[in-house]
Design a binder for this molecule. Structure first.
Ligand code: GAL
Length: 452
């Protein structure tokens, strides 16, 4: 398998090379063209030509598929590798080009992707979140193809959750293949630290504040946080905790007034939560921050359940090495997001891309990916036995809880609204001026969101 983190210029060269190889020479030549992009091998065509002819005579041309994601880091890459292994087994004649750009929540990757799309250099398939990120961005810009035929051929409408289909559809067309369901509102904790400080797992924001006061007094970092997107992640869970599901949903459909006193109270709760976090948050990735908990350097971390994949990769055991609960005040609510893969309009390798999407939507693909990634399958027929104790609890909660969408991970707001919120959040994290933050959020809703 060909697996490499690709820089944009390398990707450009590679895509050109792939388009050329698709017209004739053997695909075993595909990797061979990649070093050429690094060394100035283009100056030595004579050395390449004989090699291009020989294997072509023996082997049929090998197709390729370039799949773009941000799953490079702890826990994330391993899940993707597991699904690639299924792909390689089922499609040995298609080269899998693993185009990943590092950075949690796709903060870097999505910028690179936008540049590539603008330049007409789309990867065959890329990771996109079900919801507004997909519909408000890629569908709105005609960058992806409908997949209704693939759904029909595979009977996916019978196995994909009904709640998900509207979030990946527009005007009767279905635009992506969801591989998982992640939960955003998870409170991870260090069981030993809580026990040593006589602290029960908090169920309400008030209990949580009391617990974190005690931890702070005992000289323990109460809450680990990382770079800015993890602050937005924390923000959305506290908005849910403080507002409740109905008013939280109302933020995104215009029925909750961003200027209201209940939003002020939620922002004040968020402001208080931040007083328990580490001062070096901006320099920590999500893995760094969640690792503080399992290494005994912090009591709590709020992070999506991809953290569970990471904890297991670090060799930690559920319940003893790490514990979990719904973020205080959000029990009974499942704040969800779903990673899905799309088919690029004008994909360089449409057939191979459909093969990849077929694996991504299959039971085998999802049951190999999700137990490692720390998510539950999007399909409703996943094999429960393959999943650990945390993920089994997530399956139960997904089936019984009130489901609400994530802001940070693309469900509830389109890119322009989310980016205005992000700008407001960044300013606020510097000033900690709650009133100004609220005004900026009101403005963001008016200019890009549901209050228009
Ligand atoms: C989310 C994505 C997850 C996980 C996380 C951290 O946006 O949906 O699968 O990758 O970012 O990088």
């Amino acid at each position: 398998m060909y697996c490499k983190k690709l820089s944009v210029p390398v990707v450009l060269l590679l895509v050109v090379a792939l388009v050329l190889t698709a017209c004739g020479p053997a695909a075993t030549e595909v990797p061979a063209t990649e070093p050429a992009a690094e060394e100035p091998a283009a100056e030595e065509p004579a050395a390449e030509e004989p090699a291009a002819e020989e294997p072509a005579a023996e082997e049929p041309a090998k197709d390729a598929v370039e799949v773009f994601s941000w799953w490079t880091g702890g826990g994330e890459a391993a899940g993707l590798e597991a699904m690639i292994a299924v792909f390689n087994e089922q499609y040995p004649d298609i080269e899998f080009i693993n185009a990943t750009v590092a950075g949690g929540a796709g903060t870097n990757a999505r910028a690179v992707l936008a540049t590539r799309l603008q330049a007409g250099d789309a990867p065959d398939s890329w990771q996109g979140h079900a919801g507004q990120e997909l519909i408000g961005t890629y569908v709105a810009a005609d960058q992806i193809e409908p997949l209704n035929d693939l759904y029909e051929a595979n009977g996916w409408l019978d196995v994909m959750p009904e709640t998900l289909i509207p979030l990946i559809s527009d005007e009767g067309n279905i635009y992506s293949v969801p591989v998982n369901i992640h939960r955003a509102n998870v409170l991870w904790y260090n069981p030993e630290i809580l026990a040593a400080n006589n602290i029960e797992v908090p169920g309400t924001l008030e209990d949580w504040f009391t617990a974190m006061d005690a931890l702070q007094e005992a000289g323990v970092l109460p809450l680990a946080m990382g770079e800015q997107w993890t602050a937005m992640h924390l923000f959305e869970t506290i908005m849910l905790a403080s507002l409740g599901a109905e008013s939280y949903n109302g933020l995104w459909d215009g029925t909750t007034d961003w200027a209201s006193p209940e939003v002020t109270a939620a922002l004040e709760a968020f402001d208080k939560v931040l007083t328990y976090t580490n001062s070096d948050a901006t320099s920590l990735s999500w893995q760094d921050a969640s690792q503080l908990v399992v290494e005994g350097d912090a009591a709590f971390n709020v992070m999506g359940d991809w953290a569970e994949g990471y904890f297991r990769e670090l060799g930690k055991a559920p319940e003893t090495g790490y514990g979990w609960a719904a973020v205080p005040g959000t029990d009974g609510n499942f704040q969800f997001l779903s990673d899905s893969f799309v088919l690029a309009a004008n994909a360089p390798h449409p057939e191979a891309a459909l093969a990849w999407l077929t694996v991504a939507g299959s039971k085998e693909g999802q049951d190999s990916f999700n137990p490692v990634k720390g998510s539950i399958p999007a399909r409703s027929d996943g094999d429960r036995e393959l999943y650990g104790v945390y993920l089994q609890s997530a399956m139960d909660d997904w089936a019984s809880d009130t489901v609400v969408g994530s802001l940070t991970h693309g469900v509830v707001a389109n890119d322009s609204w989310k980016s205005e919120i992000d700008t407001a959040l960044g300013l606020y994290l510097g000033t900690r001026d709650v009133a100004a933050f609220q005004t900026a959020l009101v403005d963001a809703c008016a200019s890009s969101g549901a209050c228009q």
